[in-house]
Each structure stands twice: as C-alpha cells, then as structure tokens.
Design a protein around this ligand. Sequence first.
Ligand code: AMP
Ligand code: MG
Length: 603
Amino acid sequence: MISVEEALERVLDYVDVLEPEQKPILDCLGQVLAEDVYSTIDIPPRDNSAMDGYALRAENTRGASESSPRYLVVVGEVAAGYVPTKEVRPGTAIRIMTGAQLPEGADTVVQFENTDEVGRKMSGGDPSHIGILCQAKKGLNVRCRGEDIARGDLILKAGSVLRPQEIGVLASLGCSTALVVRRPVVAILATGDELVGVDQPLTPGKIYDSNTYTIAAEVSRYGGIPKILGIGRDSVQSLTEKLDEGLDADMLVTSGGVSKGDYDMVKDVLAERGEIGFWTVCMKPGKPLAFGVMNKMEEGREKRVPHLGLPGNPVSSMITFEQFARPAILKMLGKKILAKPTIRAVIENDVVNTDGRRIFARVSVTRRSGRYHASVTGPQGSGILTSMTRANGLVVIPESSKGVKAGDMVEVQMLDWGGEQGEVKAVPTVSIVGKSQSGKTVLIEQLIAEFKRRGYKVAALKHSRGGIEMDHPGKDSWRYAQAGSDAVLISSPDKLAFIKSLDHDLGIEEILPIVGPEFDLGLVEGFRKSTIPKIEVHKKELGDALLCSPEELSAIVTDGSLDIDIPQLPWGDLVTVADFIEKNFILKSRGSAYLSPRGKRVG
Ligand code: AMP
Ligand code: MG
C-alpha cells in the first residue's frame, strides 16, 4: 500500500504540460496563458474625463466657492467617443461627459454638482456661461493617458490563469485571440456487466452507469474535455476494444474493475497492454486504484497514454478523481496550484479511523461566528452517492490518527471552491514531544540554529501553563490589558508582540494560522494531543516506554534503540534529524520537484 502523496507524485510524473494553441479569448476561460502579453497601445489612449462636468483650467477656479462663483464662458461640448473640436482657453470651459477626451488647454474637470448648471437651467439662465462653485486642484477628475496600461508594458505573464478580468484586459488591448495551453482530452470508460446507459431500460440485475457522468462533469469542471467511451464489459476483449478508442486522448480514466473480484479485469488489461503503476493506496474510500500507461503506436513511434483506473463505487471514484485525476488535469493545463483549497474547521461528529488509512469523510461546511464547522453528511458507504450531494467538503483524517472527536479542529478540502486563489498554505509544523528531562528544549534550540543555517525561516511555538513572560505588571501594555483591552500590541523598530485575551486554551491548529505564511517551518514544543506531526525525544535512562504510541509519531530521536517500526534518529546527530524534518515536512509541502534554500535539487 502506498501513501496518497506517493501515489499523486507517481501520477504527476507521467503527465506533462500540453502544447499551446491560439484561440478566441472567450474560449480561454480558466486556461493558462502560454506567452507574455505586452501592450501595443496606451489605456486610456488620451487624457479623458472621469465625470460628467466642465473641462477647464484649474487656475480659473482659484478662490471659487458657493458664495463666490467663478464664471466661465462655455465654448462647446464633447461626449464620449468624439474628438473635441475646440480648445479651452483662459476664462472658458467645455461641457464634457464621462470618458470623453479632454480638450486641448484643459487640465481639470469640475463635476456638474460643483457648478451652477442645474440652478441655471431651472431658472432659464444663460447657457453660454457657467458658474464654478469650488476651487479645483489641477488634474481633478482627469484620467491620464496610459494610467492603466502604458504602451510596451508587460501586461499578463505567461503562466497566468485567464479569469474574466484577464479576458477583459486582453480585449482592452485589442486581442481577439490568445495563446493558451491546450485543454487535455480525457477519455472516460465505465466498466461492469451490470451497467446500462441512462437512455436504456433498467432490466433485472442492472444499474444505471452514473460514474461516466460524474467523471465527465468533473473533467469539464476542471478544464478538460471529456471523451465518453461508453461502457466496457468485464472481459479483457471488451475492455481492450473500448480502451483502444480512447488512446488518442491525453489521459484515460476508467471506473470499476480494479479490486480483487473475479471479474476485475482492468488491471489485467493494463498489465498486458502497458505497464501497471500501482493499485492500492492508503486511503478510504478508494483503496483499490490502478495507475499505469497504455502503449500505442503512433506514426511509427510508441506513445504512452496515462491511465487512471478508479474504483467502481460512485463515491470512491469521485473522491479518487479529486485526489489524482484533478491534479493531473491541472498539471496538463499548465496550472501551478494543484492542491485543493483547504480550510480548518471544527468537526461536529466523532470520526474513527480503525484501519490506519487516510479518511476522506464527506461533510457539509458552514461558517458560524467567524469559524467553519464541518458536519458529516450521514452514512458514509462508498456506494451512497447522495452523501456527496449533501457535501461541500471532505474532512481529511491522517492515517496516523485514530480519529477525531466532535469539537476537534480538522482539515477540510473544499469541493466547490475554485483552486486559483493561491491560498495561504499552512506552515509545515512538527511538534517535539517527550517526557520531562528528555531534552526537548535543547533539541528545539539546536534545530532552530540548524534550520537557520540552512536558510529557512523558523517559527518556534511554546505552550506555557503559567501565563506569559512578557505580560509584566506595571508595564504600559499590562496596564492597557488591566483596563480591559482585549488585545495589546507592542511594536518596536524590529519586533512585534501581540497579546490577546482568550476564552479558551487554543489548540495548535487554531494558533498556526496566526503565525503567518512567511515561515518555512514551525517547531512546537508539546501539544501532544494535537494532530500535527510529532517526533518524540527518548532518553534511555528514562525507560523504554514512550510518551506517545508509535502510530502517533513520525519518528523518534533516541540515544538507544527501541523495538518499534518507525524511523529512529540518533540523539546527537543533529544533521540527520534536521535532514529528516527537511525532507518529510518542509520539502514535502512544496510539491514533487523542489529546490531547498541551499539550492540542492531534491525529490
Ligand atoms: P467494481 O470496482 O467494478 O467492483 O465496482 C464496485 C461497485 O461500484 C459495484 O457495486 C458496481 O456495481 C458499482 N459501479 C461500478 N461502476 C459503476 C458505474 N459506472 N456507475 C455506478 N455504479 C458503478
Ligand atoms: Mg465491476
């Protein structure tokens, strides 16, 4: 069995960014720009008015007020879309509409509300003059040529995702087409003798094929083009024939036929026609999963089409699609953010993890009093597709956890949120736990120095039962807090301290988002009950028993050797301990191929 991360890494290794295509901008929504776009024009092209009013010279309004208007001669009018034919000379003004080009000689626009235009009209006054009721600063209500975009500027960078606003900007530059990374075609095949198409009568023993539709809709939702191959029967021949029709796609996705049943043929076909990558992943639902490549000859050359074999159960197939097919599609589309948007929420039910797999529980997330709450959507059987219709998120319970209790903070992947936000990633954090006198603080101290030496930005967190050191009686900050301030901030030229009153002892999960995203690593002492990864410091002289159970730990640091099946790092070999943390926490959180700050390529 391999981990979700390992499985994902292998899938992503097999897919590449696709080639670019030039197409009409409206067809590019959600696609990634494949070239830098420079402007060949200024926007706005000329100085123009931001208001309906009078274009004039600011100097002619000096000293103007309601009680002492400055009167100017109105020499003309200009509307948006027309070029002014007259010039504004001293003592004159031109009536101007929003977006109209500023006449020669004018440097300012005074809006109608600050003139006597309305009163003059109502009283039938002379329209050849206008009274200005306020002194205007030069440049008021003028949008300058090129203030949005200057000719020659780099406007959109290659790699940008085209959202409505980028498509609008392209249009404003006069681009009717754009060069974008092509959308992947994903061929979809349902498998099973029990399946009938939605347009067929339902005969005894049969069920409707829903996976084709869920998967096709997901492919479209994430920017791919679904190619529906229909239903393959549970025989090598039928599957081979159907899969052949999908070999011109960029990826094949099948559902069903990957577990251990007599008629689960997909992996056999895969083994025969290509290469099978793996087929069990440490997750629930979705353990049976196949991944491989199908080989095909194209113009005398062998082409390899990645194939993802999802489990047949409708919920499993959808959840595994989200975890593996979605990132593959996004990678082919040239996107950089492949992870699903994730939030932290308070869970409202107990969820137990009995078999040490990563659980994805369907939840409905709501926001109440500034916090997200996640509530499990009823029975979690992997065949109950309606549980997905009630869900908008998936609570992720790590394989190392025995489960969560109502009230715990949990991580939730949001199903319906777009992934383009470049969300703030949680700082990778490790808790150093251990019995008293085991040397936790010394190790943390040494690790901080070692990670600083490696070029990382480190945040160290400590829980203290006995109040906070810096809260000294008599100090100004203490006096503010005594007076009832709920939070006190003290800043100096190089430091900031923030003391906030709490109504409950915060869990580390609630504290971490406060730490800020700029740190590379959080090192925590204690918080033994939390779900963050833990390394226990063990001293021989304090006995063989550990404080945590081995399943809760990522590793131990020990001066002895214990008979347990988790990584054991030698006390005193700081480099090995730091390497372990760097590889498993800092670099893992950064994707599959990454550079450490020392410039060493890893992974
Ligand atoms: P399998 O992985 O082929 O053993 O299928 C597991 C379960 O999912 C069985 O109950 C199948 O009937 C069901 N199943 C497989 N494919 C589909 C599909 N396309 N639509 C709905 N249910 C399916
Ligand atoms: Mg089947």
